[in-house]
Design a protein. Structure first.
Length: 203
């Protein structure tokens, strides 16, 4: 069964994407960075035949194939639902086909094909995999989905230092879990050397 990669994306619009980053570097620059970095990320990961790629988009109206031309039109899209991140993650888990699923956001633009391939390799033998971020959150979460996890993503303190630990605690106690290398999210101006990072993610 072909595994599924889900990429959570926001429309690259002022006031919707990268609002904390915009407070430090300006609205236009933050949107420009998000647009460029996510376009590169989607094209890089969405072109790999080893997995099915699904875009989980906000707003849900962006499900339309022509809504944002830089997102490859052949990739399947699902709309994000209202609610906290946990509710949106659970909705996507229910929406995609059976089999292993890896979910990433768009805050760590340096995620590579090797990172995703490694996550799916680990899910051949383990129940879950996580990619920790430096701030206590995570840039990747993956589930094998052979065992039930009815409370996954419940009671998680999002956008803080407890996000990863709370998420792992929401998994059943008998789940085997692996961790990938720590990556840095780009949330605020202090996280970003704009020109150097854009140059690196193009490589």
């Amino acid at each position: 069964m072909k595994p599924t990669l889900v990429i959570f994306l926001k429309a690259p619009m002022a006031g919707r994407a990268k609002t904390r980053l915009a407070a430090g570097i300006g609205l236009a620059r933050a949107v420009s960075f998000y647009r460029q970095s996510t376009n590169i990320l989607v094209k890089r990961l969405g072109s790999d035949p080893r997995w099915r790629t699904v875009l989980a988009v906000d707003p849900p109206t962006a499900v339309g194939r022509g809504w944002w031309h830089a997102w490859p039109p052949h990739l399947e899209r699902v709309g994000q639902v209202r609610g906290d991140l946990g509710q949106r993650l659970r909705h996507v888990l229910d929406a995609v086909p059976p089999g292993p699923v890896v979910i990433i956001g768009s805050d760590a633009p340096q995620v590579s094909r090797n990172h995703i391939a490694r996550a799916f390799h680990l899910l051949r033998h383990l129940d879950a995999v996580a990619g920790p971020a430096e701030d206590g959150g995570y840039w990747l979460i993956g589930l094998k989905r052979l065992k039930a996890a009815p409370e996954v993503f419940l009671n998680v303190r999002w956008s803080g230092e407890h996000a990863l630990s709370d998420t792992l605690a929401s998994l059943p106690k008998d789940f085997s879990i692996a961790r990938l290398p720590v990556l840095q999210d780009v949330d605020e101006a202090a996280d970003l050397d704009y020109k150097i990072l854009l140059r690196s993610i193009r490589q």
